[in-house]
Design a protein around this ligand. Structure first.
Ligand code: Z5A
Length: 208
């Protein structure tokens, strides 16, 4: 496979959308075939699963939540990501398996060995590069507080849940320093974007 898989991770209000857009435009300007997707979702089946997962009036135990995240991911990998990588495209995904370790592992307390086993056979691939947009939980929440619409089922969790999510992301980044680039997402947006693009350039030069 000649393509590359790049994931963008972080807590609520970390600024993943603007980072995704900046990465997309830089890679397209280099003449690359770029595929942009998101999790949960990214396929018709995945988007239906996303609606189920985020429905604020829905009830899901932690195990069902984890399995639905992986059902969406399994479909996305086989329907979108693998075919794109095989034809040499660069895939940018708004979240991937690290989110399951952070939210369902750190946040909900599911054993990480179970998640690792699902990663091995259902996800089957790992990103080449992962940007972790790290922001203080309260700062991230303040950014999305003024949004229109109801908060989704996961956004309705308490602050300590999001503190555990953040801590788990940082632990994962520390344990895989070659794959992860941790970005201070509490900084002004132009600084965040500059840091991400610098790190991308460094990563690409390391792959040559
Ligand atoms: N989830 C899970 O539990 N397990 C899994 O395996 C997966 C996901 C894959 C949906 O994800 C939920 O699914 C999510 C994790 C869970 N749950 N929660 N809660 P999502 O990615 O679709 O939803 P999200 O994380 O809630 O997205 P978000 O809150 O929209 O975050 P964002 O995309 O990073 O935010 P943004 O739209 O880019 O930025 C938010 C605002 O901040 C916006 O007004 C920006 O203009 C502003 N912003 C951004 N950067 C800055 C800076 N640097 N300074 C000031 N203001 C800024």
């Amino acid at each position: 496979m000649n393509g590359r898989l790049i994931s963008i991770e972080g807590g609520e209000g970390a600024g993943k959308s603007s980072v995704m857009a900046a990465l997309r435009s830089v890679l397209e300007r280099r003449g690359l075939d770029v595929v942009v997707t998101r999790e949960p979702g990214g396929t018709d089946t995945g988007e239906a699963i996303r609606a189920l997962l985020l429905d604020p009036s829905g009830t899901l135990c932690a195990e069902a939540e984890l399995l639905l995240m992986f059902a969406s991911r399994a479909q996305l990998v086989r329907e979108v990501i693998l075919p794109a990588l095989v034809r040499g495209a660069w895939v940018l995904t708004d979240r991937f398996t690290d989110a399951s370790f952070a939210y369902q592992g750190g946040g909900r307390g599911i054993d990480s060995a179970c998640i690792a086993e699902l990663e091995r056979w259902a996800a089957a691939i790992k990103p080449d590069l992962t940007f972790l947009l790290d922001v203080d939980v309260r700062q991230g929440h303040a950014r999305i507080a003024g949004r229109d619409g109801e908060r989704d089922r996961i956004e309705n969790e308490r602050e300590d849940f999001f503190e555990r999510v953040r801590a788990t992301y940082l632990q994962r980044a520390a344990s895989e320093p070659r794959r992860f680039r941790v970005i201070d997402a509490g900084a002004p947006q132009d600084v965040v974007l500059r840091n991400v693009l610098d790190q991308l350039t460094q990563a690409i030069s390391g792959w040559k």
